[in-house]
Write a protein that binds this ligand. Sequence first.
Ligand code: DGI
Ligand code: FE
Ligand code: FE
Length: 189
Amino acid sequence: MNELNLGIKKKVKKMLDKERYQHTLGVAYLASSLAMCYGLDPEKLFTAGLLHDCAKNIPNEEKYALCRQYGIKLNEVEKRAPYLIHSKLGAYLAEKDFGIKDKDILNAIRYHTTGRPDMSLTEKIVFVADYIEINRTEAPNLKRIREMAFKDIDDAVRKILTDTLEYLSKGSRPVDPTTKETYDFYGKY
Ligand code: DGI
Ligand code: FE
Ligand code: FE
């Protein structure tokens, strides 16, 4: 692991509770493994994985306050579902507090919850790794999606979106417009 990632790892550990930190390490190691599988830089994907949930444990009221302070615009769904905000806010913190300049890493953090149409390979890897890393146990079809991830990442993205939309509709949760656009772009599995 390079010096940059060693430093980020230490700092992120202090920002997260135990469980979230374990999940974060799971995403970082898996994202760097998928980078090896698809010919990307494993250190870069490790950075994105380490930082993807860096804003997750900020209390909700503070999340809203920080978004106001930093001029981060929220859509109607984000105003009702505070747990969605950590991705946008996390991308902001990655840039301002951690000094990350790589736009691809920042976009992977920003879109890791909803995805977005026409994601870069880095964005897809973080999106998928977040869903299937080893500490995740609840989602349906995990075994299948884990296999897909190393064979055809687009298949994995499509299946995750299909399952997420089904999960949201069952729980009558509001769908973020970006989640819907991503689903329409990648199609149903
Ligand atoms: O932060 P994590 O828990 O690691 O994972 P995440 O950032 O992917 O967040 C997962 C949660 O986000 C999961 O409960 C599903 C939910 N989610 C994803 N897309 C949408 C959504 N929730 C709503 N309300 N709307 C969405 O479009
Ligand atoms: Fe997240
Ligand atoms: Fe996560």
